[in-house]
Design a protein around this ligand. Structure first.
Ligand code: 13P
Length: 254
């Protein structure tokens, strides 16, 4: 049975003290929940990853970061390598978030390289894909998402792809308060799983966790997570409030 995951992407938010308070509140809240067959992943800014990891030693969650360099090591000022991330006992890395694609011009080639680098060091990539509003309107959203998945991931072999988590995040639903309907989410997740089955095989497609992201809140999480191909969420704004995030984790049923 594939793993259910609720991941919080804190993006570029919180001072160190605020981040410390947030992780402590989330950690306390998680202790009260039944977390069998679901994993909680917190993805703070790099600077706070060690502090969050210290909590993760005592509380039931894993840690991820929001980016990784496609280069191995060396003279790449400002970059953070997969090797460094691995050496801090961090397990997940978000790759290809739409904000990085848009504001930092991350190309499909770069994202494929980052994915390779992450996998080479035993990190689990949370590989993001999702269409802009214009593609949804002109109904090219399936083509766009297919191209992102094919270009970013389909060079991987069967053993490698099994270690990837995919996050479908329609750009028009990120931070806008506008969520994809449960039908829209399910339709795209099913489409992605079919792509995986066609490229690899059904067994592998059935094992891969596909998360939904885009304005997930406590009041819409239950219906989104109840869809058969929605295996959890990548949560932005609501992951910055402990009560909301805990309620979203709780909304993911077995
Ligand atoms: P919001 O939940 O704030 O819409 O952000 C989603 C997201 O981008 C998570 O990576």
């Amino acid at each position: 049975m594939r793993k259910k995951i609720i991941a919080g992407n804190w993006k570029m938010n919180k001072t160190f003290q605020e981040a410390d308070e947030l992780v402590e509140s989330i950690a306390q809240g998680l202790k009260e929940l039944n977390l069998s067959n679901k994993e909680v992943v917190l993805c703070p800014p790099f600077l706070y990853a060690e502090m969050v990891s210290d909590y993760a030693e005592e509380y039931p969650f894993s840690v991820g970061v929001q980016n990784v360099s496609e280069y191995k090591r060396g003279a790449y000022t400002g970059e953070v390598s997969a090797e460094m991330i691995q050496s801090m006992d961090i397990n997940y890395v978000i790759i290809g978030h739409s904000e990085r694609r848009a504001y930092f011009h991350e190309s499909d080639d770069m994202l494929a390289g980052k994915t390779d680098r992450a996998l080479a060091y035993g990190l689990t990539p949370i590989f993001c894909c999702g269409e802009q509003l214009e593609s949804r309107k002109d109904e090219t959203h399936f083509e766009v998402v297919k191209a992102q998945v094919v270009d970013g991931l389909f060079h991987l072999d069967k053993d490698e792809i099994k270690h990837v988590v995919i996050a479908y995040e329609p750009v028009w639903a990120i931070g806008t308060g506008e969520t994809a309907s449960k039908e829209q989410a399910q339709e795209m997740h099913k489409f992605i799983r079919k792509l995986l089955a066609a490229k690899y095989n059904q067994e592998i497609a059935d094992e891969i966790t596909i998360l939904y992201g885009g304005s997930v809140k406590p009041d819409n999480a239950i219906e989104l997570f109840a869809e058969p191909d929605v295996d959890g969420g990548l949560i932005g704004g609501a992951s910055l409030k402990a009560d909301d995030f805990i309620a979203i984790v709780d909304a993911m049923k077995e």
